[in-house]
Design a binder for this molecule. Structure first.
Ligand SMILES: Nc1nc2c(ncn2[C@@H]2O[C@H](COP(=O)(O)OP(=O)(O)OP(=O)(O)O)[C@@H](O)[C@H]2O)c(=O)[nH]1
Ligand SMILES: [Mg+2]
Length: 259
């Protein structure tokens, strides 16, 4: 008997959500990898349906990490700043191509004095979301350090990276355009997918988390297929091997940001 409540209707993904900017995307395929689609149709997704994927959210203090998670998970927004002390987490259940899939979203503290507690929770992440404030260029500059710290505890060759500009509602179109230019450069450098969101207005929040869920799911199923012997039938699974993968040529083994 399944004791878990059914997945909410608005957490069902039947198609691959698209990236925000093609210049800085993890990949630009229109659909899920064909091997993933067929594995889901044929119920060959192994343990993926039972797994919980860990996603960590890092970035400077007050950039809006907690608000971003709360907007998606609870559809709430608090205009008062309450610093996260250490870490907090939320569970989100999805259904992707008919397969249940769960994300554990770890909200970490940006304040220096809580950082050492928070960093002990970085390990085992399948995706890292680095948040900066679109109205504060220093917070963008600090993203590389946040990433370097998070990667010390994780495998850079398999973790998915997202660079998220927050508080989009506070910038004028001209200011946004300027900041976006710099942010796209950073995203390309660190091989992250770029997003811009507003937790106040909800702009792109749902689209962003759906993309995180979809890409994490896809990577999990491909890894599962590879593990279950895809190599034996001469059909090697390589997530980064397709032409339309923007970041295919550079090795992900050693990100630019890491010493
Ligand atoms: N206008 C606007 N304000 C926002 C937005 N997101 C967050 N804020 C405000 O920014 C402040 C900080 O937000 P938090 O989500 O608590 O920031 P945080 O990154 O979790 O901060 P730490 O927990 O200290 O690391 C709060 O006053 C929020 O109301 C947004 O999209 N638009
Ligand atoms: Mg917080």
């Amino acid at each position: 008997m399944n004791i878990l409540a059914p997945v909410r209707r608005d957490r069902v993904l039947a198609e691959l959500p698209q990236c925000l900017r093609k210049e800085a995307a993890l990949h630009v395929h229109k659909d899920f990898h064909p091997r993933v689609t067929s594995a889901c149709q044929e119920h060959r997704t192994g343990t993926v349906g039972f797994k919980i994927s860990k996603v960590i959210v890092v970035g400077d203090l007050s950039v809006g990490k907690t608000c971003l998670i709360n907007r998606f998970c609870k559809d709430t927004f608090d205009k008062n700043y309450k610093a996260t002390i250490g870490v907090d987490f939320e569970m989100e259940r999805f259904e992707v191509l008919g397969v249940p899939f769960s994300l554990q979203l770890w909200d970490t503290a940006g304040q220096e004095r809580f950082k050492c507690i928070a960093s002990t929770y970085y390990r085992g992440a399948q995706a890292i979301i680095i948040v900066f404030n679109l109205n504060d260029v220093a917070s963008l500059e600090h993203t590389k350090q946040w990433l370097a710290d998070a990667l010390k505890e994780n495998d850079p060759s398999s973790v998915l990276l997202f660079l998220v500009g927050s508080k989009k509602d506070l910038s004028t179109p001209a200011q946004y355009a300027l900041m976006e230019k710099d942010a796209l450069k950073v995203a390309q450098e660190i091989k992250a997918e770029y997003w811009a969101v507003s937790s106040l207005t909800s702009e792109n929040v749902r689209e962003f988390f759906f993309r995180v869920a979809a890409l994490t799911f896809e990577a999990n199923v491909l890894a599962e297929l590879e593990k279950s012997g895809a190599r034996h039938i001469g059909d090697v699974v390589r997530i980064n091997s397709d032409d339309s993968n923007l970041y295919q040529t550079a090795s992900k083994k050693k990100p630019v940001c890491c010493p």
